[in-house]
Write a protein that binds this ligand. Structure first.
Ligand code: ZN
Length: 309
């Protein structure tokens, strides 16, 4: 069976593992990134985690998930806000020379999408959208078995679709993007503007911190009416966004990752109902909305499979 190395390059840690064609993981390993020490130093640690993950056995390819933009054709890093020392670094080319195998680099959202497609909740679906909802909203698109990259590899900014022009300002410069009104950050922001009697303030006060999205979900589970209004609003926005994805891409499945994927069956059922309401009649019954399966391992598994494409 072929063995690949998947690397998840993050701002604080570099994680890697050996992954076989069936998605079985061995030799998981990690090191600190230490971006400030410069590109060659970070590159040296990437090589080390790959060697450890390989365990001295032959490997068939290497894939690296990076927290930013890469050139999808060459695997050169374009820009990484968390690891600025690697901007412009020809990562795939250097690793391919070093290890003598095919090397692919792609952003972590695309890698996680590819992981869900091969081994997670997307398994068996030919076309899928992976949406990760946590502090922001991002994801990736697989259409007829292929990831969608676009000209520069920038395709799939699923969180920066305006769903409410009257909504909050978004970090991208627009107003009312899905990320600005329905991410975990947005849920906390709606909560801070809400009735001070709401149960989620009590949960946050008990922990001696500001209110977070998880407090809102917990209050919602307990039947708090203010939390109910916030979650209803968020579901309405997600319904608009997801229906838009469906109308453009006709996916078989929408896989939801990030913190919100843990929101439970009640949340998913309401979301499914809302998306059904928003989609054109012709799409009824053509798609499923499911929570992601792989969570933090998705990027490593997907990265490994990038090189087996
Ligand atoms: Zn935006």
């Amino acid at each position: 069976m072929k063995r690949y190395i998947g690397v998840d390059l993050g701002g604080t840690k570099i994680a890697a593992a050996c992954v076989d064609e069936s998605g079985h993981i061995t030799n998981e390993t990690r090191m600190e990134t230490r971006s400030r020490e410069g590109a060659e130093s970070v590159y040296g640690r990437i090589k080390q985690v790959i060697m450890r993950a390989g365990g001295g056995e032959p490997i068939h390819g290497i894939g690296v998930a990076v927290p930013g933009l890469t050139d999808p054709h060459t695997g050169t890093i374009l820009t990484l806000s968390n690891i600025p020392s690697l901007d412009g670094f020809p990562l795939a080319e250097r690793l391919a020379k070093e290890f003598g195998v095919s090397v692919q680099a792609d952003n972590d959202a695309n890698a996680a999408t590819w992981g869900e497609y091969h081994f997670g909740s997307g398994k068996g679906a030919d076309s899928l959208i992976f949406v990760t909802i946590s502090t922001g909203i991002g994801g990736g698109i697989v259409l007829n078995g292929q990831t969608i990259q676009g000209k520069q590899g920038f395709a799939g900014e699923l969180g920066h679709m305006v769903v409410d022009p009257e909504g909050f300002a978004c970090g991208c410069g627009r107003t009312g993007c899905l990320e600005a009104v329905a991410s975990g950050t947005a849920i906390a922001r709606w909560a801070k503007e809400a009735n001070p009697q709401a149960l989620f303030f009590q949960y946050a006060n008990e922990q001696n911190r500001e209110v977070r999205s998880e407090d809102v979900f917990q209050a919602w589970e307990s039947g708090d009416s203010t939390a109910d209004e916030i979650i209803e609003k968020v579901i309405r926005y997600l319904g608009i966004g997801f229906a838009n994805y469906i109308h453009i891409f006709n996916p078989e499945r929408i896989v939801v990752g990030g913190g919100v994927s843990k929101a439970g069956a009640r949340f998913f059922n309401l979301l499914r109902q809302q998306v059904e309401k928003e989609t054109m009649l012709v799409y009824k019954g053509t798609f499923e909305i499911v929570p992601a399966l792989l969570l933090e391992r998705g990027a490593i598994l997907g990265a490994a499979m990038l090189s087996g494409k």
